[in-house]
Design a binder for this molecule. Structure first.
Ligand SMILES: Cc1cc2nc3c(=O)[nH]c(=O)nc-3n(C[C@H](O)[C@H](O)[C@H](O)COP(=O)(O)O)c2cc1C
Length: 193
């Protein structure tokens, strides 16, 4: 829960392993709508931002950009996460990243769940794979999850009105954490207190 005057940290994590990436575009689309709705900018990352991923053997000694990425996830006030569907689930490297996140560091964190896939067959990956993973962390996943397939993209953008409507629904569900009333009521009564 946000309880000070600093700007909430909104972090997007995309499980793509190559660029350009539809999943990253989807994450950026959600972050853009959060910015338009609440006036708060988010920071998008993908797995290429942490080249150390996949070569970590000593969990007590994680360094470099991967350490920064894990810190950004663990300290986020809001997470927007997504993965391409690979073989009916999130990518292996996406799971590897979250294997490195402290088991108790996302408790109560509001999370928007997203995924992209080639077709509609694996649309329930958001419910059957992603939601249980964030359930493990006791995170607060938004009820509306967003799955977008290849047919919902054109010219590198999400163009499906149905998909964009789901984005708006999920973003609206963040209101208890990011809405004006909450932000105003969470400000300290006196400066410096
Ligand atoms: C190795 C591999 C496995 C895939 N498996 C599935 C799958 O099981 N179901 C599906 O709908 N799409 C599957 N796809 C398609 C991708 O999920 C889809 O193209 C996705 O939008 C790519 O996201 P990206 O551009 O962020 O990498 C697979 C693609 C690859 C490369």
């Amino acid at each position: 829960m946000m309880s000070d005057q600093r700007k909430p940290s909104i972090v997007g994590i995309s499980g793509n392993i190559k660029r350009p990436s539809k999943t990253r575009v989807l994450i950026e689309t959600v972050l853009g709508r959060i910015h338009e709705t609440y006036g708060i900018e988010g920071a998008p990352y993908d797995l290429l931002d942490a080249p150390e991923l996949g070569a970590v053997w000593d969990l007590s000694n994680i360094k470099g950009r991967l350490a920064d990425l894990i810190a950004a996830i663990e300290n986020a006030d809001v997470l927007v996460i997504g993965s391409p569907v690979y073989k009916g689930s999130y990518t292996g490297l996406f799971k590897h990243l979250f294997d490195l996140v402290g088991y108790d560091r996302l408790a109560g964190t509001p999370v928007i769940l997203t995924a992209t896939g080639g077709g509609e067959r694996h649309a329930l990956v958001v419910e059957h794979q992603l939601r249980p993973l964030f359930g493990f962390f006791a995170a607060h996943t938004m009820g509306t999850a967003i799955y977008v397939s290849d047919a919902d993209f054109a010219d590198g953008q999400v163009t499906s009105q149905a998909a964009l409507k789901r984005v708006d629904c999920a973003v609206a569900e963040l209101r208890p954490w990011l809405g004006e009333a909450h932000l105003a009521s969470s400000r300290p009564a006196t400066a410096g207190s």
